[in-house]
Structures are given as structure tokens and as C-alpha cells.
Design a protein around this ligand. Structure first.
Ligand code: MN
Ligand code: MN
Ligand code: ZN
Length: 283
């Protein structure tokens, strides 16, 4: 069982490893930089070394990086588009430095130009960002909840993008909240099987390298991207028991649950572990 959550890199990036260990994660996700700014603080050699050393002393694997929020890889506006590609390129390089194997990215918004144009932009963005790199972390395309103009809310669409990119080092991050909000009913056996079948015929379950395990404030098909604490949303206990008894349980499960007073990250991780064990009758 691989379970962890998104942790902060405040003070120094290696502190993320301490935080993850303290709350019982054996996998975790970070932003390697502030996610709400274009400019990235440079990583010092000391913190890179400290990060790798600390990881080496734990059982934590894999570490996952998440792209910042501002880039829009589906954009057709030249300036922000170029900036978005540069940000992806830089993030690939930062992951290389840190030895991080997976980089999760959103697919962006086509801003009304249509799905086909959006896809063309994202394929070109990935191809441009990886060109000339002899290695790069696997880029994981995250399914979205399907708000207006959003690219990549179905596994058919994500499959079309993966097929067109020039690198084969591209996979998928499956977000349970986004999938549910988009209308994939992962809370019952039939809905989950339909979801897995759609993934199998368009992408392959083996391409799913990370799961974002989040409950959903929005209802099935609401297309609302609002995360909830584990078991407290519309996916709920029954939904997670169903999901965690499927082949998704073999994937690294990373929580992106709300940061508020209702419940701590540590307690969400514990809830997820308990549900996992319950779903799989592990004593
Ligand atoms: Mn995300
Ligand atoms: Mn997510
Ligand atoms: Zn989300």
C-alpha cells in the first residue's frame, strides 16, 4: 500500500521529506516552487543534496511533483503559451535535479478555441518542452472535472493526446474527485468497471502511475472541482471501499484534501489507510 499526501516545501525543499515521514506517508507530492507565481526560486545545491539524502534514508517512493497553477498548455495566446512551455521545461529540469520520477500536469483550457485546437496546443507544448532532454520525468496528464473549455476531462480525450505526443514517457494521474465530478461513478462496481474499461481501451491501466485520492464536494457529473476530506464528500465511505478494492489500489495514492480545521492531513492519511485495509480485509 502506497499512501501519502501533498506536503509543503516551506523553508527548504528537503523539509518536505520530514513532513511526509511525520504524517506516515510512503509516497508524497510537492510543488518544487510556489505554484501561484510565474517566477521560480532557484534550488540551491545544498537543498537538492539534502532532499536526495533524506529520501535515500526512507522507504518513500515515488515522489511526485505537481506543475504550478498558472501555466496553460492548451492556450493559443502566444505569450502565455510560450511562458507555459518554458515553465514545463523548467519543471522537467528541476525534477531531473531532484531525482523525481513523475510530474503531474493539468491540460489547461482552450479558452473557447475548441477541443481540437486545445489538443494541438498541448501536444506541441509537451513535444517542445521535452525536446533535447536525454531524460525527463514521466509527464502525468491529470484528468479534469470538465469545467467550460477545459481540456482532458475524459480518458478518450487524454488517450488522443498521449497518442500524438513524441515522447513515450507520458502517463496519467487519475484524480477521484475530478473523475466523479465529470460523471464517472467510481462509487459502485458497475460505474467503476465502465471507467476502467474506458481507460483500458483508450490508454491502458498500466499508464496510470499516480492516483489523487480526494473526496468530492460536488455531485456526480457536477463538473465542480471541489475536494473534500476522505469519506466526508459524495464519494464517501461506500465509494472509497469500492474504489480501493479495485486494481487502482496498486497505484500510489496521494491525497489533496482541504487544508482546514476540520481534519489534519495526518488524519486523512490514516482514514485512507483504514479504508484501504477494510476494503482489502488486511488484518
Ligand atoms: Mn492537480
Ligand atoms: Mn488532483
Ligand atoms: Zn482538483
Amino acid at each position: 500500500m502506497k499512501i501519502g499526501c501533498h506536503v509543503s516545501i516551506a523553508d527548504s525543499i528537503d523539509r518536505a521529506v520530514d513532513r511526509a515521514s511525520e504524517i506516515g506517508c510512503n509516497t508524497f507530492q510537492i510543488f518544487t516552487r510556489s505554484p501561484r507565481m510565474w517566477k521560480a526560486r532557484e534550488l540551491s545545491e545544498e537543498e537538492v543534496t539534502a532532499f536526495k539524502e533524506k529520501i535515500g534514508k526512507t522507504e518513500i517512493s515515488p515522489v511526485v511533483s505537481h506543475m504550478p497553477y498558472l501555466p496553460n498548455l492548451s492556450s493559443s495566446n502566444p505569450k502565455p503559451y510560450k511562458r507555459s512551455i518554458d515553465t514545463l521545461r523548467l519543471e522537467l529540469e528541476r525534477c531531473n535535479m531532484l531525482g523525481i520520477p513523475y510530474l503531474v500536469t493539468h491540460l489547461g483550457s482552450h479558452l473557447g478555441k475548441g477541443k481540437v485546437k486545445g489538443q494541438k496546443q498541448i501536444v506541441n507544448a509537451i513535444n517542445t518542452a521535452v525536446s533535447g532532454l536525454d531524460k525527463h520525468p514521466m509527464i502525468l496528464l491529470e484528468n479534469t472535472s470538465g469545467k467550460t473549455n477545459e481540456t482532458g476531462s475524459t480518458f478518450i480525450e487524454i488517450g488522443e493526446i498521449i497518442e500524438k505526443v513524441s515522447t513515450d514517457h507520458v502517463g496519467v494521474c487519475f484524480d477521484t474527485c475530478h473523475a466523479y465530478a465529470r460523471g464517472y461513478d467510481i462509487t459502485n462496481p458497475k460505474g467503476l468497471l465502465d471507467t476502467i474499461n474506458e481507460i483500458e481501451s483508450n490508454i491502458g491501466m498500466d499508464k496510470i502511475k499516480v492516483v489523487h485520492l480526494n473526496d468530492s464536494k460536488g455531485e456526480l457529473g457536477s463538473r465542480m472541482d471541489r475536494h473534500n476530506h476522505i469519506r466526508e464528500g459524495n464519494i464517501g465511505e461506500k465509494g472509497f471501499l469500492n474504489f480501493l478494492s479495485s486494481s487502482f489500489k496498486e497505484k500510489p495514492l496521494i491525497l489533496e484534501t482541504p487544508v482546514d480545521d476540520f481534519r489534519s492531513d495526518k488524519d486523512n492519511v490514516e482514514k485512507a489507510k483504514a479504508l484501504y485495509m477494510w476494503a482489502n480485509k488486511v488484518v
